[in-house]
Design a protein around this ligand. Structure first.
Ligand code: ADP
Ligand code: MG
Length: 675
C-alpha cells in the first residue's frame, strides 16, 4: 500500500477502509460534499426560513414531553424573539447541558412550529465566555455509519499537517491553465477561508475544484495512456501481406467499399504491419459495414501466415458471422473453424484440433477463450460488439497466444470526448458513413391501444414480400414474465394472421432451436419473427423491412437504436413501429422523443449521455473502476482535451511525477489495466 498509514484504532480503521480511506494521502483527497457556514450569526428576525442559519440564543426551559411522541423541547430567547428547539432522540445529559440560562449557538433550518419559530434537531454548541466563531466554512464529508463528521474533520486536519502535499504538475502547466497548486487547492476545499464564496464551492466552480477535477482526469489519462504504451513494448507478429487475398475477397463482392471503410482499413493495415500489437477500437453505427472491414483485416493476417479469431457475444450473432465469413472466405480456400458452447463434444474436439492446427479463421462465442482452447498461431483477434464483453474476457482472449493484434468493434458510438476519456488506452477508428442505397427508416410511435392497425400493417408488408420482426422487452424482474409476453404476442399473431408463417425465438430455447428459427427467418421461410431481445445484436436480414417493438418505453436508447438498425438493410423502404403503453414516465417520454427525432447513432448517443450521465452509459467496461469521483465528464469535457497532451508529455519526460500523481489519485486501483 501507498502513503502514511493512519494511527487510529482498529474499528475506526475498518470503517474508514469502507470509504476507501487507508492513508493520510487518501484523506487529503476525500473532499467535502458541501459546506455549512458557521462563521456568522444571524439574528432571528433576519433569518430566512428553510435555509440553514446559525443563531445564538439563551435557554429558558428544557423539558421532556411525550406528546405526540417522546421529545426534548427547549424554549430559548434570542433577544429578538423566541426560538424553540426540538430533539426526538437525545442523551440524558443533553437536558442537563441545556439548562436554563445556558447560552448556545444552534445551526439548522428555522421553520414555523406549533409555538412559533423552531429548529428540529439543530447542531448546537454551548458558548462559554466568548467562544470565537470559526473563521472557515465547515466541511461536510461523505461518510459511512459510525464515522462522525467531527472525526473526519480531525483526521483530515491532521493529514493536512502531516501528509505530503507535493506538487505533481509543472509550474508552466499551472500557469497556462490558471490552476492553483495542489496544496492550495486541498487546503481551500477542506478549510475554505472566509473570503471564498460559498456558492462557488457548492457548485464546484471554484478554481480549487477545477484543479481537483483536472487532477483526476489527468490520472485517468496517465493510467490509460501508460497501459497503452506498455502494451506497445510487447512484440507482435508483423503481418506482412501483399493484399492478394483481400483483393480476391473484394472482387467477389457485390458492392465496393465506402470511403470510410477504405480509410479505416488503411488505419488497420498500418497497425498490423507494426511489430507491436494493434489495440484499435472500430466504432461504427449499426449497418455501417464493420463485418467486411474485419474480414479484410483477417485476410491480411491469414495471408501473412497467421490465424485470426473472431469473437461475438451471442450464439446467434456468432453463427451469423460464421455463415457470412465462411461464404466469403471458404471459396478462396480459407479454412474457417467454428466454436460455440453448444456444439456436441465430438464436434467441439474436432474444431479445437483445427484451431490448434490448420484453421486460418476461427469464429465463435466466448467459448473461444475457455480453458483448453489453444490456437497454433494467433495473429489477430477481432471482438464484435466489444462493449458486451467484460475486460476480463478480452484479456483472456489476448492471453490465448503471444500478443496478437486486436480489433474491437462497437456499434454503440460514443461522443468523441467521452471516447478520448474512456478509451484512452486504445486507438479509435470511426466508420462515419453508411453504405449507399439505404432508404431511411421511418419511425412511428403508436399507442398500444392501436395495436390492430399495426397487425394489419405487418400483414400488408408480408403481402408485399417483406419480412417483419416483432420484439418483446426484457422484463428485469422476471425472465418467466418476459417469456410470457413473447409467447402471448406470438399466439396472438398466429391467431390474427393465420396464413402467415410466424416464428419465435427467446432465451429459453435451446441454442440449436434458436438457430433453426433464425436460419428460417434468414432464408425467408418465416414471414414474422417474434423475439425477445436475443436478436438485438448484429443480425442481418436485408429483406426484413419492418421492426415492431413492443413496450418500447421499457428499452434503453442504445437498444432501441440497435433494434431499429435491424431493418433498412436492403433496398426496401423500412419502418420501425414503437408500441408504447400509457402512462409514460418523464424519462420514457424523453427517450422515445430522442429515438423518434434522430437516426444518427452518434447524436442518439450524445443525447443518451445527457439523459443518463456517463457512468451508466459506459457500462461494463468501467464498472468497479472508480476513476472519477469529482469530475463530471459532461461538465468538464474541456479538461479532458487539456489533460491528454499533458499526460503524453509527463509520460515521456517526468516518470516520477507520473508515479506520484497516480499514487495520489488511484492508489492501487489500476491493477486491471496492467495485464
Ligand atoms: P454492422 O456495422 O452493423 O456490423 P454489417 O457489417 O452487418 O454492419 O453490414 C450491414 C450490411 O451492409 C451487410 O449486409 C453488408 O454486407 C452490407 N455492406 C457492408 N459494406 C457495404 C458497402 N460498402 N456497400 C453496400 N453494402 C455494404
Ligand atoms: Mg455487426
Amino acid at each position: 500500500m501507498t502513503g502514511t498509514a493512519l494511527q487510529i484504532p482498529e474499528t475506526l480503521r475498518k470503517k474508514l477502509a469502507r470509504l476507501g480511506l487507508r492513508s493520510q494521502e487518501d484523506l487529503l483527497v476525500h473532499l467535502p460534499l458541501r459546506y455549512e457556514d458557521e462563521t456568522r450569526l444571524t439574528a432571528l428576525r433576519d433569518a430566512p426560513w428553510d435555509e440553514a442559519v446559525q443563531i445564538e440564543t439563551t435557554v429558558i426551559s428544557a423539558e421532556v414531553q411525550f406528546r405526540p411522541r417522546r421529545q426534548l423541547v427547549v424554549r430559548t430567547e434570542t433577544g429578538d424573539g423566541e426560538l424553540w428547539l426540538r430533539f426526538f432522540s437525545f442523551y440524558p445529559n443533553q437536558k442537563a447541558v441545556l439548562a436554563p440560562g445556558a447560552r448556545i449557538r444552534c445551526f439548522g433550518e428555522i421553520r414555523g412550529g406549533f409555538f412559533g419559530a423552531e429548529m428540529v434537531h439543530p447542531r448546537f454548541t454551548v458558548v462559554k465566555d466568548d467562544l470565537p466563531l470559526p473563521n472557515t466554512l465547515t466541511p461536510v464529508y461523505p461518510t459511512t455509519a459510525g464515522v462522525g463528521q467531527a472525526t473526519l474533520r480531525k483526521l483530515v486536519a491532521r493529514a493536512l499537517q502531516e501528509a505530503s502535499l507535493d506538487e505533481t504538475l509543472a509550474a508552466e502547466v499551472l500557469q497556462q491553465h490558471g490552476l492553483p497548486g495542489f496544496a492550495e487547492a486541498v487546503r481551500i476545499l477542506h478549510a475554505p477561508p472566509p473570503q471564498v464564496r460559498l456558492a462557488d464551492l457548492q457548485t464546484r466552480r471554484h478554481p480549487a475544484w477545477r484543479r481537483i477535477k483536472f487532477d483526476e482526469i489527468l490520472a485517468q489519462q496517465l493510467s490509460l495512456r501508460r497501459a497503452y504504451l506498455s502494451r506497445r513494448q510487447r512484440g507482435a507478429p508483423v503481418l506482412q501481406a501483399a493484399g492478394q487475398l483481400a483483393a480476391r475477397l473484394l472482387s467477389g463482392l457485390s458492392f465496393g467499399l465506402t470511403s470510410a471503410q477504405r480509410r479505416v482499413l488503411a488505419e488497420i493495415d498500418a497497425d498490423l504491419a507494426q511489430p507491436f500489437p494493434m489495440q484499435r477500437l472500430l466504432q461504427g453505427d449499426v449497418g455501417s459495414g464493420k463485418t467486411i472491414v474485419a474480414a479484410l483485416a483477417a485476410c491480411r493476417a491469414i495471408e501473412a501466415g497467421w490465424q485470426a479469431a473472431f469473437m461475438a457475444p451471442t450464439e446467434i450473432l456468432a453463427e451469423q458471422h460464421y455463415l457470412k465469413l465462411g461464404a466469403w472466405l471458404e471459396p478462396l480456400g480459407i479454412h474457417v473453424a467454428w466454436l460455440s458452447g453448444s456444439l456436441k463434444a465430438k464436434v467441439k474436439r474436432e474444431q479445437r484440433a483445427a484451431m490448434a492446427g490448420a484453421a486460418q479463421l476461427v469464429v465463435g462465442t466466448h467459448a473461444l477463450i475457455q480453458d483448453g482452447v489453444d490456437f497454433s498461431r494467433l495473429g489477430l483477434v477481432i471482438v464484435d460488439e466489444q462493449h458486451r464483453f467484460g475486460v476480463q474476457q478480452r484479456l483472456a482472449l489476448r492471453q490465448k497466444g503471444g500478443n496478437p493484434h486486436q480489433l474491437m468493434m462497437s456499434a454503440t458510438p460514443i461522443p468523441r470526448t467521452l471516447a478520448m476519456s474512456y478509451y484512452a488506452d486504445l486507438d479509435v477508428s470511426v466508420l462515419d458513413e453508411l453504405p449507399p442505397g439505404r432508404t431511411p427508416i421511418r419511425t412511428r410511435l403508436v399507442s398500444e391501444s392501436r395495436r390492430n392497425e399495426v397487425t394489419a400493417y405487418v400483414e400488408a408488408q408480408v403481402t408485399a414480400g417483406r419480412q417483419a420482426y416483432w420484439v418483446c422487452p426484457l422484463i428485469e424482474e422476471s425472465e418467466a414474465l418476459q417469456l410470457q409476453t413473447a409467447l402471448e404476442t406470438f399466439e396472438r399473431l398466429v391467431a390474427e394472421l393465420p396464413h402467415l408463417r410466424i416464428g419465435l425465438v427467446h432465451g429459453r430455447l435451446k441454442s440449436d432451436e434458436k438457430q433453426a428459427a433464425m436460419a428460417a427467418f434468414v432464408a425467408g421461410e418465416l414471414d414474422v419473427l417474434v423475439a425477445t431481445t436475443v436478436i438485438e445484436v448484429g443480425v442481418d436480414v436485408p429483406n426484413a423491412s419492418l421492426m415492431v417493438i413492443e413496450h418500447a418505453e421499457r428499452f434503453g436508447l442504445a437498444q432501441l437504436h440497435q433494434l431499429r438498425g435491424r431493418v433498412g438493410r436492403g433496398a426496401h423502404a423500412s419502418a420501425c413501429i414503437l408500441l408504447y403503453a400509457q402512462p409514460l414516465s418523464e424519462t420514457a417520454r424523453a427517450r422515445l422523443k430522442v429515438i423518434f427525432e434522430n437516426s444518427d447513432g452518434f447524436e442518439i448517443a450524445r443525447q443518451d449521455l445527457q439523459l443518463r450521465g456517463p457512468g451508466e452509459f459506459i457500462g461494463v467496461r468501467q464498472s468497479g473502476v472508480p476513476f472519477l469521483r469529482y469530475a463530471d465528464l459532461e461538465a468538464d469535457l474541456d479538461l479532458v482535451e487539456i489533460a491528454r497532451p499533458i499526460a503524453e508529455t509527463m509520460l515521456a519526460e517526468s516518470p516520477m511525477q507520473v508515479e506520484r500523481h497516480l499514487q495520489r489519485w488511484l492508489g492501487g486501483r489500476e491493477e486491471w489495466l496492467k495485464s
